[in-house]
Design a protein around this ligand. Structure first.
Ligand SMILES: [Zn+2]
Length: 452
């Protein structure tokens, strides 16, 4: 039996910075090369634990920054191999990396550090990139092949399966909860010899679909009653489009009052165009509507805000109103200026809809911070802070276990990644108890020798 070594260089013991290296003895394959966000941020500037020039393939599960954010860095430091993802992920990656470059650049400058990468590195990365379809089989070496399956997490998101002599290593990437209003459910994977599974919400139960739309409706209504602004920090990819679609539905059905909705993100506008040009990634019902010429995201109250000047002018619009702006964890981007404006206002509401990594401003806000710092200025938090996890693009504990149960029934070992220690340990315990399969939580930099 052959042996390979799997190294956990990111998203081990933490949620961000996904980066795994598989050394088959013949080739070196990297899966995901994400940005560290929140507490591990400084690590982005360190060199990789391996020589990027030795890597033949980089497999990308999806276009979230914590899975792609260091790709141009990898290229800058010598990677010359092939980058492979779905076509959808490839289409999203360019605009997302360019946007990140600007935000990271200004933060690096502030800390007196070199830029992580520049536009030249992004262009070089895009030149090496190949988009493939779900289920398509790609040979990486004589004896190693790759297949991607729909993860149902964001547009183009994939579960990556490497196969060698009939044995499979499955990288879950991030797994959608089957609750996206736009995307189909996660592909059911079976037959993993090894499973590397995310556990962002490994110890949480997520509310049901119907419940969350009602909750969103109630929060918007309540915010309108108070005559304030509803501010939603949201990732520009998928979360923003999901929410635009939901708010549009609620407004068209007159379940919430008509009010202006600002999407303050030039990136979200680009991404929405990308969504409209890839109907093949959506559920059959949504695909039909897009192909029939309907713009499922547009409604009269919706305004995309591009220039900084227009962004600053949003506050001149009367209330009630809704603002969606990035970043999703309030760790940078335009949402900060809006938080400065609306957090001190008791009429306003801040709605947190996504995962907030430890060390981010968003995390401090859900933990009940009474004030936050904005450019060394202390901003009191008097606005109502609400959380709504039903729109998270991640699975809850039960359905993670369900995925593991189907995929890893016969597995030699399951590795729990992409989680903080508590949810990771919780899920590993449940996998051991319920499936009787060996489940471990690797630490950053740890390796495992696999029969592969
Ligand atoms: Zn993700």
């Amino acid at each position: 039996m052959r042996e390979s070594t799997l190294y956990f260089y990111g998203a081990a013991g933490m949620v961000t910075g996904s980066n795994f290296l598989l050394d088959t003895g013949g080739i070196k394959i990297v899966v995901d090369c994400g940005l560290m966000q929140g507490m591990g941020e400084d690590k982005n500037w360190e060199s990789f634990a391996y020589n990027p020039a030795d890597v033949s393939h980089l497999i990308v599960t999806h276009a979230h920054l914590d899975h792609i954010g260091r790709i141009p860095r990898l290229v800058k430091l010598g990677f010359k191999g092939k980058i492979i993802s779905t076509t959808g992920t490839m289409s999203l990656a360019g605009p997302i990396l360019l946007d990140a470059m600007e935000i990271l650049g200004s933060s690096a400058e502030k800390h007196g550090r070199e830029a992580l990468f520049d536009e030249h590195d992004i262009n070089a990365a895009m030149q090496m990139w190949t988009g493939i379809g779900y289920q398509e089989k790609v040979e990486l070496a004589d004896d190693v092949s790759l297949q991607l399956f729909d993860a149902g997490h964001i547009l183009g998101s994939a579960i990556a399966q490497l196969t060698r002599e009939g044995r499979n290593i499955v990288f879950s990437g991030d797994l959608g909860g089957g609750n996206s209003p736009l995307l189909p459910a996660t592909h059911e994977v079976t037959g993993a010899s090894y499973l590397v599974i995310e556990a962002t919400y490994g110890d949480k139960t997520r509310p049901e679909d119907a419940e969350r739309r009602e909750q969103l409706e109630n929060i918007i209504e309540e915010s309108a009653r108070r005559g304030g602004t509803l501010l939603i920090p949201a990732f520009s990819t998928e979360r923003t489009q999901d929410l635009m679609y939901e708010i549009r539905t609620l407004m068209v059905e007159k379940r919430i009052p008509s009010m202006p909705v600002f999407v303050d993100s030039p990136l979200a506008l680009k991404i929405t165009h990308t969504f409209n040009s890839h109907p093949e990634y959506f559920t059959p019902a949504i695909r039909e509507r897009i192909e029939g010429g309907e713009d499922i995201f547009a409604f009269p109250e919706l305004h995309f805000v591009e220039s900084m000047e227009a962004s600053r002018k949003i506050k001149e619009t009367g209330e009630p109103k809704i603002i969606l702006a990035g970043s999703g964890m309030s760790s940078g981007g335009r949402v900060l200026a809006h938080e400065r404006e609306y957090l001190p206002d008791p009429k306003s509401t801040l709605l947190i809809v996504g995962y907030q990594a430890a060390g981010t401003m968003g995390r401090r806000l859900i933990e009940g911070a009474k004030s936050i710092e904005y450019h060394k200025e202390k901003i009191p938090v008097r606005a109502k802070v609400e959380t709504l996890y039903g729109y998270s693009a991640h699975r809850g504990s039960e359905s993670l276990l369900e995925f593991a149960n189907k995929a890893a029934e016969e597995a030699d070992e399951v590795f729990i990644v992409h989680a903080e220690p508590a949810p990771a340990l919780f899920l590993s315990q449940r996998i051991r108890d319920y499936l009787g399969v060996k489940a471990t939580v690797p630490e950053l930099g740890e390796k495992a020798v696999l029969k592969f």
